[in-house]
Design a protein around this ligand. Structure first.
Ligand SMILES: Cc1cc2nc3c(=O)[nH]c(=O)nc-3n(C[C@H](O)[C@H](O)[C@H](O)COP(=O)(O)OP(=O)(O)OC[C@H]3O[C@@H](n4cnc5c(N)ncnc54)[C@H](O)[C@@H]3O)c2cc1C
Length: 429
């Protein structure tokens, strides 16, 4: 169906809704309206498309059951969905790309509508300038595999199963804003929105295309290994390099290891940021061992693994391509600044609540160690944070105020504040 056909169906549907506004302001009726505009692209519980989508969320705890699921195929489809939902202000909705966020309700709406972008995964390689355009529903693995034959790559996620939409990087984003307007955002056009999206995610609109810069790959040889091991030393400094160090305890096999295998069961995540010194790292590692052994005793049948990954914080992007993560623009990484991602992965759902509390206690203990060593830092990495953590607060008041002004400018009706539920919102309800 063409965009004009969808639009005329939409106008008919909206005029019908006006007559029954109060009664129609429910998720089910919104689903029916969407279904008449997008026949075949709205699915309900027990439909194969719906069940496949629910079970494709990476973690069992995040598999909610929305009233219906809409699967747009194009940016115009997304614009029409936003127009419909904007008229039904009590209907909650969620935006989902890869479905890889570990927090319950961030990318799914139990009593509302989930906009599943996974069908919007097209990848177009452009040669002038060298870049690719990718739909938000693509996963990093697909993108890397598509670029591999050309010996080129992009800066992206470590884990190939993660989606692009919940992990916004790039030189330009196409975004659908209320009430269904399509805009581009980059360092020069709508630059305030571009910066706000990198750190503010779904607070403003739906990203429908990411344009990413590509680079030519070199061989992975000893020179690269040497660079990685010494990259923060001034004489070999490379602002684009980062490294990850991981340690893990598997309570089933009762082993410590460095092999972070992901089973995709249930997960709780949390994060802290700290300035690493030898003393702080030793204390953090000791706390990790203590907690791992204690939890192994308490959660014998949960098949629990406890992993900590420590990643260096790279240089913040320059002011000409800013984000909202709260770091000063710089060409140099913060000396010794690291984020620590904590992941509790387990298989027994009975353990959910207890381990949810345990990860909070553990994160606070690590934060306390960093504070005692005067090594703490207020930033919390958005993509590793638990839903109880104040990620936006870590960006600083000034940035939150700036993001609020961006929200007022691009979403005057506050649709994305009121109707999009779950996670790191600009205004507390
Ligand atoms: C095993 C594992 C490995 C990981 N590896 C990395 C890593 O290497 N580096 C890293 O930084 N992070 C990593 N993460 C974290 C990951 O980046 C986040 O979970 C990210 O949010 C997932 O993106 P997604 O598209 O799959 O998310 P989704 O769950 O689909 O969405 C996450 C959030 O983004 C919003 N959102 C999604 N798409 C859009 C859109 N198009 N427009 C506006 N808002 C949108 C959703 O509403 C939701 O709030 C990892 C997570 C796990 C569990």
């Amino acid at each position: 169906m063409s965009f004009l056909q969808k639009l005329s169906r939409l106008l008919l549907s909206l005029s019908a809704q006006k007559n029954f506004a109060a009664a129609r302001n429910s998720s089910m009726q919104a689903c029916q309206s969407l279904s008449s505009i997008f026949p075949g692209h709205v699915s309900f519980p027990h439909d194969q498309v719906y069940e496949d989508s629910v079970s494709s969320y990476a973690f069992i705890g995040t598999r909610l059951r929305p009233t219906c699921l809409v699967t747009p195929r194009s940016t115009n489809d997304v614009a029409v969905v936003i127009m419909v939902l904007g008229d039904l202000d009590s209907v909650a909705f969620a935006i989902r790309s890869g479905g890889h966020n570990t927090n319950n309700g961030f990318a799914d709406a139990a009593d509302g509508i989930t906009i599943d972008l996974s069908a919007m995964n097209e990848l177009v390689l452009k040669r002038s300038p060298d870049s690719i355009s990718v739909g938000p529903g693509a996963r990093w693995q697909i993108v890397y595999e598509a670029l591999d034959p050309y010996n080129i790559s992009i800066q992206g996620g470590r884990n190939g199963h993660v989606g692009l939409g919940g992990y916004l990087l790039g030189v330009n984003f196409e975004v659908v804003l209320p009430p269904g307007i399509i805009v581009n955002t980059n360092a020069t056009t709508n630059a305030d929105l571009f910066a706000a999206l990198k750190g503010g995610l779904k607070n403003f609109g739906i990203v429908t295309r990411l344009d990413l810069q590509i680079f030519q790959e070199g061989p992975i040889d000893e020179e690269l290994i040497e660079t990685l091991s010494t990259f923060k030393e001034p004489e070999k400094f490379d602002p684009h390099a980062m490294f990850t160090l991981g340690f893990l305890y598997d309570t089933t096999t009762r082993t410590f290891s460095a092999d972070i295998a992901i089973v995709l069961a249930s997960m709780h995540w949390a994060t802290i940021t700290f300035h690493a010194s030898r003393t702080t790292l030793i204390r953090i590692h000791a706390a990790f061992q203590r907690t791992s052994l204690a939890l192994a005793e308490s959660y014998v049948s949960a098949n629990l693994t406890i992993a900590c990954s420590i990643q260096s914080v790279p240089a913040a992007t320059p002011a000409s391509n800013s984000n909202s993560l709260g770091f000063e623009p710089s060409t140099r990484p913060k000396r010794r600044l690291f984020n620590l991602g904590i992941a509790f992965q387990y298989e027994n759902p009975v353990a959910t609540e207890g381990l949810g509390t345990a990860i909070m206690i553990f994160a606070r203990e690590l934060d306390q160690i960093a504070r005692e060593d005067h090594a703490d830092d207020g930033h919390l990495y958005l993509n590793y944070a638990g839903d109880w953590q104040d990620v936006l607060g870590g960006y600083g008041t000034e940035i939150v105020e700036k993001m609020r002004r961006v929200s007022t400018k691009y979403d005057g009706s506050r649709m994305f504040q009121r109707q999009v539920k779950g996670g790191f919102k600009l205004y507390k309800e």
